[in-house]
Design a protein around this ligand. Structure first.
Ligand code: FAD
Length: 298
């Protein structure tokens, strides 16, 4: 039987005071993209997310833009902003200088990552001869500089370069033990993978929050491409739902909204209270999801 009361309480903000959202953006490249970036930030800021994060181009190519965007988000909206940072192609001194730049700009949150080889995701990673060799070492380095809130990456389907589950989870534990506050997952579409991952991490003694990274499907073609590169699986049922919608943006958006809603509501029912939403600098699906989770603009 349909339980309307259960549905109502699940989706009412007052009943979910513990619900926390964060939104991920990338630094815009052009003036037009920057305008869209700010439109989206201003629509999402009234939801009072825990933070908005801005990614870091693999080889540091977005260093200035990431810093500028993160500093401006905080100044313009009052929302806390987190700057991503990778170890790719830079010495420890160079990376430390970026961290000190964040510190000088008043940024207190960092998403610390190893990053991928400049030759492309999936290619073997070679650290700079004087650089941090992985994210755990980076976290340790950041901790020496200041009291940052540090997030690290987690992979419900295992990082493609992890030889097995034990080494994948041991790597997550190293990052948390080095001083990270939370892990944020790579996109995933099968909630069972995430729940199993959390179970494995807890069994290994990881107690930090493991926040699910939710990727709304703005464009099935684009997201399938990202997924293939990052080792995330697109289930057959999902591909079927979007099949033939390439030239029908309205239906595509409605299906995307339903798919993402289904995913987060199922996680909510499993007791998950924190979500990180990959926005790709768009606000519409993120806004819809926030609303379904009971978050209203302040
Ligand atoms: P690590 O945790 O260092 O691990 C990478 C691999 O190396 C794993 O397989 C691990 O098991 C292995 N490994 C690590 N240390 C050791 C060791 N001591 N011995 C043996 N094996 C080891 N990329 C960007 O370029 N810019 C971004 O802004 C960005 N943001 C991201 C945000 C999130 C939430 C996520 C999930 C990913 C993001 N990425 C970003 C992608 C990320 O850089 C890649 O997934 C990269 O391949 C791994 O980074 P990591 O921090 O997880 O690496």
């Amino acid at each position: 039987m349909i339980d309307d009361n259960a549905r109502a309480s699940r989706l009412t903000a007052e009943k979910r005071p513990d619900l926390q959202l964060s939104f991920e953006f990338f630094p815009p490249k052009t003036d037009v993209m920057e305008q869209k970036f700010w439109e989206s930030i201003h629509k999402l800021a009234p939801l009072k997310p825990r933070f908005v994060s801005v990614t870091y181009g693999a080889g540091g190519g977005t260093r200035e833009r990431t810093l500028r965007m993160v500093s401006s988000i905080k100044a313009d909206t009052g929302v806390d902003a987190a700057a991503h940072l990778t170890c790719v192609g830079a010495s420890r001194d160079e990376v430390d200088a970026v961290v000190r730049g964040y510190q000088a700009a008043g940024i207190t949150r960092i998403v610390a990552l190893r990053g991928d080889a400049p030759e492309g995701v999936g290619q073997p990673f070679t650290a700079h001869p004087d650089g941090y060799r992985n994210a755990a070492e980076l976290v340790e380095g950041i901790r020496k500089i200041g009291d940052f809130d540090i997030s690290v990456a987690a992979y419900p389907e295992r990082h493609p370069q992890s030889p097995d589950w034990d080494s994948d989870i041991a790597n997550l534990k190293r990052k948390i033990d080095a001083g990270a506050t939370r892990a944020i997952t790579q996109m995933f579409f099968k909630n069972a993978d995430y729940l199993r991952y959390v179970e494995r991490a807890r069994a290994a003694g990881v107690t930090a929050p493991i926040v699910p990274g939710i990727q709304p499907i703005h464009s099935f073609k684009q997201i399938s491409g990202f997924a293939a590169r990052t080792g995330a699986t697109i289930p057959a049922w999902m591909a079927e739902r979007f099949e033939g919608l390439e030239d029908d943006p309205e239906t595509h958006a409605l299906v995307a909204s339903a798919v993402a809603a289904e995913q987060v509501i199922e996680l909510l029912d499993e007791g998950v209270t924190e979500f990180h939403i990959y926005t790709l600098n768009r606000s519409n699906l993120a806004l819809a999801l926030a609303r379904l989770l009971g978050k209203r603009p302040d």
